[in-house]
Design a protein. Structure first.
Length: 212
């Protein structure tokens, strides 16, 4: 069982129940997921991820594209519920990523904290980023990526964020040592619990429902 599937299993086995405006969830607080390149390969080989769409999505984020139609043109329709434009969401912050990556590649300062903050207090938003902070550090010539996620939909959001972080790391000209996610609240929605169990039993055709 790869490390991502281990998190899914732990939420099912040990999670508490909570009700919010999107529905009931089974959740855990303050979980940590540390992934080496071998762990990432294990996840990408053993779990279906929409790689092409997620790669296009990150590119649009980094371009600061807020028009939902542009995402739909790239085959990405999971933002349709936001309306015609992404207000103060991922593109607002990810457009700062290209110059940050350029700075890291130019400086390559050992143990310097290169940080991308996502989200703003009291700002209008139709989809506040669940990923709150990404930190890049170079330790003995290897790249260490750390990310804090305030809220993580374990079925849909978490694998996408893992792949996005991997794509970010690939743009930095330093060998990757690890990606660590700190998950403030990692959860499975009630309507996806049975499907999660089926996935862990080996059913790779399971499709999860988006809860908004």
């Amino acid at each position: 069982m790869n490390k991502y599937h281990q998190i899914l299993h732990k939420v099912l086995a040990e999670g508490k129940t909570q009700t919010n405006k999107k529905g009931n969830i089974r959740y855990l607080l303050n979980e940590q997921l540390m992934l080496t390149p071998a762990n990432l390969l294990d996840i990408f080989e053993g779990h279906g991820i929409a790689r092409k769409k997620l790669r296009s999505e990150l590119q649009l984020f980094m371009q600061g594209e807020r028009n939902v139609e542009r995402y739909r043109d790239a085959g990405i329709n999971w933002w349709d519920y936001c309306g015609s434009i992404l207000v103060n969401s991922y593109p607002t912050y990810f457009e700062k990523l290209p110059p940050l990556i350029e700075k890291i590649n130019r400086e390559k300062r050992n143990s310097k904290n290169y940080v991308l903050f996502l989200g703003a207090t009291n700002a209008e938003s139709n989809q506040a980023p669940c990923l709150s902070l990404v930190q890049f550090q170079i330790d003995d010539g290897e790249l260490v990526v750390s990310a804090y996620q305030r809220s993580s939909d374990a079925n849909l959001g978490l694998p996408a964020d893992i792949y996005h972080l991997y794509l970010m790391a690939r743009q930095i000209d330093v060998p990757l040592k690890s990606i660590t996610l700190f998950l403030g609240n990692v959860h499975i929605y009630e309507n996806n619990i049975e499907k999660t169990a089926l996935l862990l039993d080996g059913n790779e055709e399971v499709k999860f429902e988006l809860n908004v």
